[in-house]
Design a protein around this ligand. Structure first.
Ligand SMILES: [Zn+2]
Length: 432
């Protein structure tokens, strides 16, 4: 009997322990959640405290730094409103900025490549405390927020740069690019040089060893005689197999500059011969065995082999009529330039920013990037020119010329041209 009773307690003690542990567990979690609620309440009530609110704000602000600078460089088609709309500020503040800009005469006309800098204070309701806009390479307007009123006070500031004219000349030994780099010409200027001549020169096929070039361009030098920036090309001459192609910078209307040859004819042609830089012509227009389909077929365009991602330019001003999938052509863009000319660019890896049907594009604007989409064996640009609805060989096309200066404009241009020629001989004499 005794043994039985003991066994009974032994068996039940396990059960009792289980009950005890369960009760303890419930009690503990209750105390814990009670504590948590109290804590939450404490946090909430202290967050209600304005002083703490400010401290928290300051702490989080300091993490993303109180002052930030936003830079912007104006592009073709930009407006002041559009630029200010890129800032994360209130509508009222945007209006104050626009009003301040509108008051400045020298800012009336927004030019391309004007630099903007905005200084923002994240702790203020009205964030912008200072901003500046470059009027030209040497001058800028500084706007500072008035301490008492919600307005900006402007001041013209002259940058400590000296504008210098650089003259460089050389005979091309291997490539135009490396010859120019060897002369210490900045890549910006080389790109601009190639762009200006892109209307009439196919850099892949027209430039040969022993061809030569001369160039005059602006350089900005600081107090330490260091070149800090480059300006515009004033003059250039490219001598290709004794074919001398010259171009002169000329302001034909206020704030509108263009480049003209010695006869006063704009160097801008309706279409570029090669809408891509640094490409190799890999397949010309005409009958050929198709690399994928295998049979002989008419190749109705010109192929330029280039690495994936190489920018493709609109070969002339015009309207985008297609930016989408073209079957065998993969991602393609079609542009209508005028009633006579259309161009097609195929096999793109991606489209240029904002490029879509109906958009007006400028000559030289990036419309897409080289790829190998559609029926293609490797990255290349397939480029087609359509004249009056018929596909033609773009490389044999006689391109119509752009603007021709006449009358008083022509006389004025002749004066500019003589001035540049005198300047050139002066710079050449200093070189020796
Ligand atoms: Zn092709």
């Amino acid at each position: 009997m005794k043994i039985v009773k003991l066994n009974f307690i032994k068996e039940y003690s396990i059960f009792l322990w289980l009950v005890l542990i369960t009760i303890l567990g419930i009690l503990m979690s209750n105390i814990y959640s009670n504590n948590k609620m109290q804590e939450n309440y404490k946090i909430k009530s202290s967050l209600g405290n304005i002083y703490l609110k400010k401290v928290v704000k300051e702490l989080t602000n300091s993490l993303e730094s109180r002052y930030i600078y936003k830079n912007y460089t104006s592009k073709n088609g930009d407006t002041y409103q559009g630029i200010i709309n890129t800032l994360n500020i209130s509508k009222d503040e945007k209006e104050i900025l626009l009003d301040s800009i509108a008051k400045i005469k020298s800012l009336k006309l927004l030019k391309i490549n004007q630099k903007f800098t905005f200084k923002l204070d994240n702790m203020l309701e009205s964030k912008i405390i200072e901003f500046k806009i470059e009027t030209d390479k040497k001058n800028e307007i500084l706007f500072t927020k008035s301490k008492s009123k919600n307005i900006f006070i402007s001041k013209k500031i002259q940058k400590n740069f000296i504008k210098k004219l650089a003259y460089k000349e050389t005979v091309i030994t291997d490539s135009l690019y490396s010859s120019a780099i060897n002369l210490g010409i900045s890549p910006n200027i080389i790109i601009e040089f190639a762009r200006l001549y892109g209307f009439q020169v196919d850099f892949q096929r027209d430039v040969w060893k022993n061809d030569s070039f001369q160039i005059i361009y602006e350089e900005y030098v600081n107090e330490n005689k260091k070149i800090v920036d480059t300006g515009e090309i004033i003059f250039a001459s490219l001598n290709l197999q004794n074919n001398n192609l010259q171009l002169y910078k000329y302001e034909y209307e206020k704030n509108k500059i263009d480049y003209f040859d010695e006869k006063g004819q704009s160097i801008k042609k309706t279409l570029m011969k090669t809408p891509i830089n640094g490409a190799r012509l890999s397949s010309s227009y005409g009958k050929r065995k198709h690399p994928i389909l295998g049979y002989t077929k008419m190749h109705t365009g010109t192929d330029f082999a280039a690495p994936t991602g190489t920018p493709i330019m609109a070969s002339g001003d015009g309207k985008v009529t297609k930016a989408g999938w073209c079957g065998g052509g993969g991602n393609c863009v079609k542009i209508r330039h005028n009633s006579k000319y259309q161009t097609v660019y195929a096999h793109m890896s991606k489209f240029g920013k904002g490029i879509k049907k109906g958009l007006r594009v400028k000559q030289g604007q990036i419309i897409g990037y080289v790829g190998s989409t559609g029926l293609s064996t490797g990255p290349h640009l397939h480029y087609e020119v359509i004249v009056n609805g018929k596909k033609v060989n773009s490389q044999k096309l006689k391109l119509p010329s752009g603007k021709i200066l006449k009358g008083n404009d022509r006389k004025d241009f002749e004066v500019t041209k003589i001035k540049i020629d005198v300047l050139k001989s002066d710079l050449v004499s200093k070189l020796n």
